[in-house]
Ligand binder design. Structure first.
Ligand code: ADP
Length: 394
């Protein structure tokens, strides 16, 4: 490790897992995950250099805090020159107040607690990660980076629902998510395609979660995700856009409870529900079952529909960027999305797409189409280093 560069730990904490990456300057020093919290926790970590992997079983009764403490006691013994100068967290919800990353103190933690009802499946676990770090590294400064922050400059018409206005004031509005990914992509575009980020770009983040973002002059002006991470495109297991009348039907006619509806919409729907086979795009692409094809057809149909809507919001587009596990890797989905899109100025270079090149539009296509890997953890590391005044990551 070069001593002048800072070392930052980036955490993404979920209900039963904590994913972590340690950045030393621009380099990934270590990447790993603690999984099975609540059942049978274990930690796996790989050196960023590719040399060496470590694995450790942790105590069965370890909660987030105990698991993190045990995992890092072990890692510090394995990598004696490792240190942690700051910690950055992925936090799903920053509400209306947090439009930028923030240094975490008791006041901020209290604010973030109050946002739990807006993201009950993610926010409490993100906060458990923050508390776990306080327990493990009590002297190290922590920074919260929000999935909602990049969208906070949306025009009002994008963010409101047509409900009585008091609901908007109460916080019932379209927040948008995947903001750290979009922010990373905008920064990357400035390097690899500097003529487009200042114009009109649609970014399609297509992973297990999926959304589109309309970007004008480097700012988000619209997102397909709304109040929750359920809205917009269908996803691995989430339904995407749904008539609220369906929820009323499920409650009134089917007498389903809130927990049952939540499980249906978050865990049993999307590609998994439609195909009855899998939430995983690779499995669906490999399957000959007609239900797998129909699930893909619906996924593609909704992406194309939303691209049309976003192009209308932007008044045309200059760039279309695919990212996320599906967007970065599936030439098939990209080809289906861009088929017959000449009306929008999209001309695909089929060979470049098949070869997974970064630029996949034809020479002369009015819209530049790109496939660009995203890196949300790197974005968090950069924010954390910047906010804490640490050296090393641009
Ligand atoms: P998350 O949203 O959990 O971060 P990812 O961005 O890793 O998820 O995306 C996971 C999705 O990407 C899965 O549906 C997976 O099948 C899909 N995927 C990854 N590689 C490929 C590939 N080569 N072809 C098609 N789909 C792929």
């Amino acid at each position: 490790m070069k001593s002048e560069d800072a070392t930052v730990l980036v955490l993404n904490s979920g209900s039963s897992s904590i994913k972590f990456k340690i950045f030393h300057g621009r380099d990934v020093f270590l990447a790993g995950r603690i999984e099975g919290i609540g059942t049978s926790p274990r930690m796996v970590a790989k050196a960023g250099s590719g040399n060496g992997e470590v694995e450790r079983k942790l105590a069965d009764d370890a909660d987030h805090g105990a698991a993190l403490e045990a995992a890092f006691t072990f890692l510090f013994a394995q990598f004696p020159n490792m240190r942690v100068d700051g910690v950055g967290h992925r936090v799903v919800h920053g509400g209306t107040a947090y439009a930028e990353p923030v240094l975490i103190d008791d006041g901020v933690l209290g604010d973030l607690e109050r946002l739990c009802p807006l993201a009950p499946l993610h926010q409490p676990h993100n906060l458990a990660g923050i508390r776990a770090v306080r327990q493990t590294f009590p002297k190290v400064a922590q920074v919260a980076c929000f999935d909602t922050a990049f969208h906070r400059k949306h025009p009002w018409v994008n963010d409101t629902f047509a409900l009585p206005r008091s609901f908007f004031e109460e916080g019932v509005r379209r927040y948008g998510f995947h903001g750290l990914s979009y922010e990373f992509i905008v920064g990357k575009l400035a390097e690899i395609a500097p003529d487009i980020p200042d114009k009109r770009v649609i970014v399609a983040h297509l992973g297990n979660g999926a959304s589109l973002c309309a970007i004008k002059e480097r700012r988000s002006v619209g997102s397909t995700m709304g109040f929750s991470a359920l809205d917009g495109l269908p996803m691995g297991t989430r339904c995407g856009q749904l008539d609220p009348g369906v929820v009323l039907y499920l409650m009134q006619a089917r007498k389903m409870t809130a927990e049952e509806i939540s499980d249906l919409l978050y865990q049993q729907s999307g590609l998994k529900g439609l195909s009855g086979i899998s939430s995983d795009m690779r499995e669906l692409e490999a399957s000959s079952d007609p239900r797998a094809r129909e699930a893909i057809d619906y996924f593609v149909f909704r992406i194309r529909r939303e691209i049309g809507a976003m192009a209308a919001v932007l008044g045309g587009i200059d760039g279309l960027v695919f990212t996320g596990g599906i967007g970065e890797n599936s030439a098939h989905i990209r080809a289906l999305v861009c088929r017959d899109m000449d009306w929008l100025g999209i001309g695909m270079d089929d060979a470049a797409n098949d070869e997974n090149r970064m630029r996949i539009s034809r020479e002369g296509s009015a819209v530049k189409v790109l496939a660009v890997p995203t890196d949300e953890e790197r974005m968090i590391a950069r924010h954390t280093m910047k906010l804490l005044g640490l050296a090393g990551c641009e």
